[in-house]
Design a protein around this ligand. Sequence first.
Ligand code: ATP
Length: 241
Amino acid sequence: IALEIVAETGSTNADLLARAVHLQQPTLLWTQLQTAGKGRAGRAWHTPPGSALTFSLAWKFNLPLQGLLGLPLAVGVVIAEALRSYGVEARLKWPNDVLKDEGKLAGILIETVVDKSGQVATWAVIGVGINIAQAADLSAQTGRAIGAATELAREPERVMATLLDGFAQALPVFEQHGFAAFVEAWNTLDAYAGQTVNILDQGQVLHSGQAAGVDASGRLLLDTAQGRITIAAGDVSLRIR
Ligand code: ATP
């Protein structure tokens, strides 16, 4: 894996997306300051200076695009397990968040480029932001509870090395076996198992029920009054009710 470090950039995902098809090897781009971070569906990811570990990893999978559906959840497992090895009580929220206590500790944004050069391959640019400092105004700015793992700020290089190791081990496993190889770990780390939740689409409640973990494709299992249903990630959001 090639490692690149830059002092400042708009978005590490945008930078690697632009270069993905020309990359000769997996590449990790780590920035000290990200000024225009992205979330899902055009939402913003905020990174006040010094408050986060911010990086993207470009990885080529010999899979069609649909083979990557469960990847955000597998990446959540990699991050949560890496952070837990530092004593951080990281848990997972479907589909793509890492929580600490009730707050959002890390965000994951995966963007893809289908390689049209020959055999079936897809570049995934895996963007990760992990809060390592309490940024006072972040919670007000986002209207959401924020989690921060301040203990990681002491040794960011070592944490990055642990994360890199985790990805190097897990992504080939994902390529071969898909999310099925991660489903048990995901369900063990599920922050909302057994809790009553709402599934929202643009603020509207689509479904309510008890969260019952995820299946081997990474779909949410929800026990509703009408019985168990499965929900694909798409662009819905999960909220505790
Ligand atoms: P959900 O579905 O839970 O609403 P999401 O998965 O759609 O979240 P993302 O797209 O992953 O959210 O992340 C963008 C959102 O994260 C923003 O809308 C904002 O509320 C929140 N956010 C932005 N910056 C941070 C940060 N540094 N720490 C925690 N949360 C943040």
